[in-house]
Design a protein around this ligand. Structure first.
Ligand code: ADE
Ligand code: ZN
Length: 327
């Protein structure tokens, strides 16, 4: 109980959470009722069962079904504010949230509806919940270089307030990171930070590509690095943080249990590790829960838990002096 209280009281930041994946079950159920025929359950209990994933690809299929329920600025606004409320309750006052504009545009949502929902949600998050939100616009990798180009154009043309980074999500298998190099180069030249997913479902070669070809400032997941000591040393030396999402990895069956998670090995090698939720309600995850799970599995002391929370602040793209003030 005291560990729980300690984690709850700790100021935390969240660096890897997908907006679509942050939808509360009640919100998803309400959206599903509003849009019949989507195949998404309209009952929260049934939804919980529906959020049981056989593997990573099954998870993505379910994720895309939820994404297709989002139609307009009000839907986006509701998601953003719901996420901020959930974060505020966990003493998390800053989060970098991944949005995939290309997918919403493909699903028929006009770009200005998306941007308007993000902007109004972000304003309410700050005013009503005291939570500062930053955006990562990411490429849905499975849709190839066309998606890469259009995501880049959208990001640089619109440049919404709070946009700090450029990402790459979706499946890794069969979706080489290097093909997206030109878009990451352009995004970085425009001042956005590089945060591709890599080493979530594949090994160290993908993470090497993320750092070499995409200039990763941080790596989404990156747990596939654990088997490559040279890569671990590289990440430590360059201070490239991994956005580790332990419960996500268990729920998509990349890792058998929290106890078997490579996070211990990453920490032992001095790699900057941040703890994050990825798609919290879909995985039954909370930010506090990730800290608790890792702290119990690894037997961390209160000081070590506080160090983990500080590692996230250090790896964040909060502008100075706010970043240092949180440390
Ligand atoms: N989209 C939503 N969650 C994701 C994840 N964990 N990996 C890749 N793409 C995603
Ligand atoms: Zn992710």
């Amino acid at each position: 109980a005291s560990l729980r209280a300690l984690v709850a009281a700790l100021p935390k930041v969240e660096l890897h959470v997908h907006l679509v994946g942050s939808a509360r079950p009640g919100t998803v159920a309400a959206l599903a009722r509003r849009h019949p025929g989507s195949g998404v359950p309209t009952d929260p209990a049934e939804l919980a069962r529906w959020f049981t994933f056989r593997d990573f690809d099954h998870f993505l299929t379910v994720y895309w079904a939820v994404q297709s329920l989002l139609r307009d600025r009000a839907d986006i606004h509701e998601l953003v504010v719901g996420l901020a409320a959930d974060l505020a309750r966990q003493n998390c006052r800053y989060a970098e949230v991944t949005v995939t504009p290309y997918n919403h545009l493909l699903d028929g949502m006009p770009g200005d509806e998306l941007l308007s929902g993000l902007a109004s949600g972000r304003a309410e998050a700050a005013a009503e919940h005291g939570v500062e939100l930053a955006w990562c616009f990411d490429i849905p990798g499975e849709k190839g270089t066309k998606a890469g180009r259009e995501t880049l154009v959208f990001a640089l043309r619109e440049r919404p307030e709070g946009l700090v980074s450029f990402g790459l999500g979706g499946p890794e298998v069969g979706v080489g990171r290097a093909q997206f190099a030109p878009f990451f180069t352009a995004a970085r030249e425009a001042g956005l930070r590089s945060v591709p997913h890599a080493g979530e479902t594949t090994g160290p070669a993908t993470v090497w590509s993320a750092v070499h070809d995409l200039g990763a400032d941080r790596v989404g997941h990156g747990i596939g690095s654990a088997t490559d000591p040279r890569l671990l040393e590289y990440l430590r030396e360059r201070d490239i943080a991994l956005e580790v999402c332990p419960t996500s990895n268990v729920r998509t069956r990349q890792v058998a249990s929290i106890g078997a998670h490579p996070v211990r090995r990453l920490l032992d090698h001095g790699v900057p590790v941040t703890l994050n939720t990825d798609d919290p309600p879909m995985f039954g995850a909370t930010l506090d829960g990730e800290y608790l799970a890792v702290a119990s599995a690894l037997g961390l002391t209160p000081a070590e838990i506080a160090d983990l929370a500080r590692a996230s602040v250090r790896a964040s793209f909060l502008p100075e002096p706010r970043r240092t003030a949180l440390l």
